[in-house]
Write a protein that binds this ligand. Sequence first.
Ligand SMILES: *Cc1c(COP(=O)(O)O)cnc(C)c1O
Length: 393
Amino acid sequence: MRVDPLAYLATELQTLKDQKLYRQLRILEDEQKAHTTFDHKSVVNLSSNNYLGLTTHPRLRERALKAVEEYGVGTGSVRTIAGTMDIHMALERKLADFKQVEKVVVFQSGFTANAGTVSGILTKDDVVISDELNHASIIDGCRLSRAAIKVFPHKDVDAARRIIQQLPASQRKLLITDGVFSMDGDLGPLPALCDLAEETGCIMMVDDAHASGVFGRNGRGTIDHFGVHGRVDIQVGTLSKAIGALGGYVAGNANLIEFLYHRARPFLFSTSHPPAVVLACMAAIDVLLEEPALIERLWDNTRFFKEGLQRLGFDTGMSESPITPVIAGDGAKAMLLSDKLFERGVFAQGIAFPTVARDKARVRTIVTATHTREDLQYALDAFAAVGRELGLI
Ligand SMILES: *Cc1c(COP(=O)(O)O)cnc(C)c1O
């Protein structure tokens, strides 16, 4: 009989089970919304990135349905061969106007936008100076570029400066940070990093995946929030989180975007967005511009929920955004917290190593504009009961 060459994977899985880190996927049996059904259980949903409830917004739904009628369901090609429709160009123009930049290129996801851009613009002779908590897609882009990677401690601009000062002045350098850090909900120190990039001639790049639709005027992101327009060479955004559909984009000057049209491998080698996604994303930008009350409600809910958790005595880290971690300690404890909350009708995903440090395992909560006060109070009551049971408060 043939020996299974993948048998080592079973061993790895058993290790995860022994460490209580093995996870079944939670199955969503309804729409992605604030109160919904996972695994046959009706829950308050604190685990999605659907900040503004746009996954089910009537304007996006309607536009996507019409798109299928007008354009069909697929594009049949990559952008660089036959897969660029007029609506792809219209979405890129709309995003460029929204972000106040010369040009935008849309990718299939935020992941491919980061990975494709970093690997596209750098070579093995270059160096990346990267915050230790930057997103995995940035790290993968760095690896694909074969550039040297220098990691600085979280938000430590002085440490980044010391790294840069030891590098040859002539070497090309990319300084990169998340706008909002996805596991802690704190903000990258953009003004100080922009100063550093300007002093030292670095390319400045910000991944604003969790900031689009959340920070800045009408959700223009952290560049707008901090007033650093024109000082960030490469902005990455996602269309998969607050925008409610799917995709990523890079915003910058015309040379950058035209270069990416020629050299970003996910753009060259993977099929473009289906029409329904493109037109839903365009409708989402209209919603950001015309329904700012949604963003206000998101922030009202954020304050209410964050203050509630803090009043109960939970360790909520350094969050400045609608992402609020509830730190539990080791991975097994975080998973237990998540499971016990779920039994009480609250879905907040447990997150452990390697996504976060071993002793900083947590459940991550994300409130949205569409949670009611009753939803949030219900969730706080569940946190209080389970937190006491587990000795966290
Ligand atoms: C979610 C996320 C991405 C990836 O975006 P997708 O559109 O889901 O691929 C990239 N960067 C950060 C910081 C993120 O949080």
